[in-house]
Design a protein around this ligand. Structure first.
Ligand SMILES: [Zn+2]
Length: 251
């Protein structure tokens, strides 16, 4: 059951120097920030605009206590499922100059399937009025599959990488090379098994995840659930390969 309020423990938790995550109630969704001298990169924006508003006020409240900036200079959407990007509009209202990044396939996905996302959110127990009111803002800056883009946050490079099809046809991950962090979106899952929706590519997922593993990260933030290590991801890659080969049938 989705809870209406955030629990008190839902704070920004450092997972590496200047990289923090916040775990949202209900779906155990992880949002993350990567901080640089110029401001922060926000990875995913929550399920609706009120959730994004709460995220931003928590940033303003908590990041200065870590001596970190709270100004959003860029947003990355890991993919188009509602819980990862339906808060975009509110973030842009607050930070109109922020660049919104996503996979090159994300704008078309949102154009075709946003209503499906609203219905999914309502199905998971999110407030129907909030889901229906969420304005859909696609990324204006895009990353092609196999064509990494490096963002400079001021003294810190962050790499956006689209490894190929898996959880969706437009998965995008965020690599922070200076501390070995990989923000994976839903191509890695901890709070439950990987989700094969009608828009997933079971036969290709393990190969795409294998390409992400080649980046050599050692701290992985899944789209939902706890921070995991490379050994966990290696195990999940093998399970996905078993699914692709028909040796395992996911629920
Ligand atoms: Zn997803």
């Amino acid at each position: 059951m989705v809870r209406a309020e955030l629990p008190e423990h839902a704070t920004w938790e450092p997972i590496a120097p200047g990289v923090l995550r916040r775990r949202l109630p209900g779906l155990e969704l992880n949002v993350a920030v990567v901080t640089g001298r110029d401001g922060i990169l926000l990875v995913d924006t929550g399920s609706h605009e009120r959730e994004a508003a709460e995220l931003l006020s928590s940033l303003a409240r908590e990041l200065p206590t870590h001596d970190l900036p709270d100004r959003v200079v860029a947003v990355v959407n890991t993919h188009g499922h509602f819980d990862h990007c339906f808060g975009n509009a509110h973030v842009l209202d607050a930070f109109p100059d922020a660049q919104v990044w996503g996979h090159a396939g994300l704008p078309a996905y949102l154009a075709e399937r946003a209503d499906e996302g609203r219905a999914a959110g309502i199905g998971y127990g999110f407030d129907a009025d909030l889901m229906n009111a969420a304005r859909i803002v696609p990324p204006r800056h895009v990353v092609g599959t196999g064509e990494p883009v490096t963002l400079d946050l001021g003294g810190r490079d962050v790499v956006l990488y689209a490894p190929g099809r898996g959880h969706t046809d437009h998965d995008l991950v965020v690599h922070v090379p200076d501390c070995g962090v990989l923000i994976a979106g839903d191509i890695v899952e901890e709070s439950g098994p990987p989700q094969f929706g009608s828009d997933a590519y079971a036969a290709e997922w393990s190969d795409s995840l294998g390409r992400v593993r080649e980046l050599g990260a050692h701290v992985w933030l899944p789209g939902h659930g706890a921070v995991v290590d490379e050994e966990f991801v290696a195990r999940q890659t093998r399970w996905l390969a078993d699914v692709a080969a028909g040796r395992v049938v996911p629920d």
